[in-house]
Structure formats: C-alpha cells, structure tokens
Design a binder for this molecule. Sequence first.
Ligand SMILES: Nc1nc2c(ncn2[C@@H]2O[C@H](COP(=O)(O)OP(=O)(O)O)[C@@H](O)[C@H]2O)c(=O)[nH]1
Ligand SMILES: [Mg+2]
Length: 500
Amino acid sequence: MFDNLSDRLGSVFASLKGRGSLKEQDVRDAMREVRIALLEADVALPVVRRFIDEVTEKAIGQNVLKSVTPGQQVIKIVNDALVDMLGGQDVPGIDLNAAPPVVIMMVGLQGSGKTTSTAKLGKLLKEKHGKKVLMASLDVNRPAAQEQLAVLGEQVGVGTLPIIAGQSPTAIAERAINSAKLTAVDVLLLDTAGRLHVDAALMEEMKAVAAISTPKETLLVVDSLTGQDAVNVAQSFAGEVDLTGVILTRMDGDARGGAALSMRAVTGKPIKFAGTGEKLDQIEVFQPSRVAGRILGMGDIVSLVEKAAAAVDVADAEKMAERMSKGQFDMNDLRTQLRQMQKMGGLGMLAGMMPGMKKAKQAMEASGMNDRTLLRMDAIIGSMTEKERARPDLLNAKRKIRVAKGSGTQVQDVNKLIKMHQEMERAMKQIKKMGGMKGLAALFGKGGGLGGALGGALGGGGAAAGGMPDLGGLGGGAGGLGGLPGLGGGAPDLSKFLKK
Ligand SMILES: Nc1nc2c(ncn2[C@@H]2O[C@H](COP(=O)(O)OP(=O)(O)O)[C@@H](O)[C@H]2O)c(=O)[nH]1
Ligand SMILES: [Mg+2]
C-alpha cells in the first residue's frame, strides 16, 4: 500500500544518509521533499503540517549522537514522528474488560467491510483469545445481509444469531444479548447496517442500538482505498457515536496510504486492526511501529540510532555510578535523574508498570507532584550557576531569590528542591559508608537502574513518609522521587538492603 510513499521517502533519505554534517538548510530541504511525498500519499494537510513542523524542530535542535551521522539521526526522528502519527508505541488491542457478554459494535458505511471484519474478528477472538463468540447481523436494509454473516459464521466456526425476518435492529440487538447471556457467550459482535453516506437515520439507528447494548468497543470500519473520504467519514462518525477505535480495511490494495496515515491524528481514535485481504484470517493488529518501519524501510538505521542513544544513557549511568561510589551527588546529578525520568515518560508511565505502582503514583500526586513538577525542578536547576550546581550549599537567601526569579518559580519551590537534593545526597553518603557500592553496581543493570537505587536508598533513609514496602519505600514526599527512573532498569528492594 505504501509503495509510492516509501520510494519517495527512500530517495529523500538516501541523499541525507551518508552525510557527516547537516546544516539547517539541508534539513529544511529534506523536509520540503518529505512534505510533498506525504501530500502525494494523500495525507490530510493539517496532519502533514504538524508532522513537518515537529520533525523540523527536533531535527534542527537535536544534539547529534557521536556514533551516528546527522542524516541517520534525522531518519530516526522521522521514524519516531511517523510512529506517533500512526498512534504511538502502544498497541491498544481490543478491550474485553467487562462482564460478559462483552459487546463489540461494528459501524461504518456500506461496503466498507463491516460484515467481513466481523467474521474475521469473530475468528480471531475465538482462536487467539479462546473466547466463545456470537455474531448477530442487524442489517435489515440490504437483502441477504443477515444470511451473508450466517455463511461467514459457518466458515469460521463462530455461532450467529438465528434470523427472524421482519425484526428491527434494536429488537435483534435485544434478542442477541439475551441469547448471549443464556448461552454463556463471552463476546457478542453486532454487525450493523451501513448506508451509502453518513445520514441522520443511520446515526439514530446506531445510537439506539448502542443504548440497548452498551458496547465495550465501537469499532468504525473504513475502507482505506477511499483515501481522504475515509477520514471524513471517520470524522463524522466520531462526532456522533463514542468510537473506541478504527478498523482499516483493504490495506492490501493499492491505496496511497493517506487514510491510514491521517486517521489517528484527525479522529483521535486508535487504528486497532487492519484488514489485509478478503480471506477471513487476513486481519492484523495495527502496530504503528511496524507500519512506520514498512513505510520507511530503514529499520537498520533506526535501531542503530537507538543503540547509540542507549549507549549514551549507559555512559551517563556509569559516570553517575562512579560519582555515587564516592558519595558525590550534586545538582547536576539530580538533574540527570530528573531528565532520565522525563525521558521514560514522566509520572504517567508509572501506573501501567506494575500493580503496586498505581499506589505510588497516587501518593506522589497527593503530595502535589506531576509531570510539570519535573519540568519545574529542571528549570530551577537550570537557573543556578555552574558553581551552585556543584556546591548547592552556596545557595543563600539572596541566591535563592535569583534562582526562583530566573526559573519563574517561588523561593519555597527552590527550598523544596534543595531539601530533596540534601536527602538524596545524604542517602548517597550512607550507601558509601555501608560500602554498598559493589553490591549496588550489580543491581544497576544496563542503564536506568540508578534511580531505583536512589529511591530505595531514600525509602530506607527515612525521607519517604509511610513508604510502601513493595516499592522499596517509594513513598510520598519529594524523597521518593529518585526511585522512579530506576523502575525500568530494576534495582529492586534496596530499602531492605539498607536496613540490614
Ligand atoms: N481486499 C480486501 N477486501 C476486503 C477487505 N475487507 C472486506 N473486503 C471485501 O469488501 C467487500 C465488502 O465487504 P462487506 O464486509 O460485505 O462490507 P459491509 O457492507 O461493510 O458489510 C467484500 O467483497 C469483502 O470481501 C480487505 O481487508 N481486503
Ligand atoms: Mg454488511
């Protein structure tokens, strides 16, 4: 599907790839070509604009990593922006988290592939998720539409609701729910009627069915061959019903790709599946990073740059471990910690990581911390002089006022940061005194483990209020902060280690 776009981008990057240095003008020239390529692929104009702005800003502002060329780094930036445009790193998948029967309602225009996708999904849920599935067609408009689903159901071995002629869509939906309950069905798929265009009658019908069946997922099926039209259709549906996601069909066709590329940005709804053929197993979970990889065809370069970036993190971590082993921990070290944390997705990433983290996040939020706190603390450190960063004890009342002004914060914010730094520094010294560094080093893992050590140390060191045992004392208050970045690298249960 993305062949043309892929070729175009390929030649843009071929000219950048080998270059040892990139001037701003090179980036801008390349982005002009990328812009044309995207527009030719039929990507919506506002989406193209946002994409180009974002990539240009990043590419120009970026520090080039030592071991890669600037051209390679630009490719990585474009890749990341493409992944973002397609929905980001998360693959949302289908949400079946409700009391059975979980209802999934399929909506969309006539001929978009609803009935086919219903059967494909039925097969997938049965075979890959081990669910008992029932499918029901509410399409009373098109003759033989209900029979079509029954035939497909036979083919994939998924049950369909017996057809009773003359029933209204809402009556069928009610009967389907009752039947699903009686026969202990896990997932009920409702294949609704389409129309040639988005019209009021269709929307009313969908709303009535949704009111009766309270679907967990409402999936809009759109045909990617219709390009920008598909995006317009999606937009009008999204305005009327609570869509939870999109299924893009005919990704196997020779569409230019614009629909796929604009869909997420324009509707704000994730593309959950892609239909890749007429056969009933030709459905794929939509994975933005894989699709971006297919479009750019530069997976090797992307991973090269990722490795280079990771190497920098490891070097940072090693430098820091070295300092820690000497009991040193100044404002620069604190800043490194804060940045590492931001890089890992800020506080938001916490909740999803492990069961206990939800509590930690709540505790941090209760103490007034959020992602902006991280930025603010970074700004405060940024307003200190080199000397002050290396020797925070220099910060007297007068200097604190200057720092607060410089960072657009209050003196009490500066004080909080200083206190937090003191606590962390004390913890460092404590670790050193215990001669724990040898043991600690083993816990660090590759990159990112430092924070865990700090958090653990603080938990044990008494800074955290009412620490949470399962989190190594990552409790409330600023003291817990250091523990966050390390969760990725995993330095578990240091508080226990310290208590020995
Ligand atoms: N090539 C291809 N054809 C598809 C795909 N999805 C559906 N179709 C075909 O599109 C046509 C219309 O599909 P149908 O499910 O009846 O659409 P509905 O009116 O929305 O229910 C059928 O011939 C399907 O085989 C797909 O992903 N790829
Ligand atoms: Mg149909």
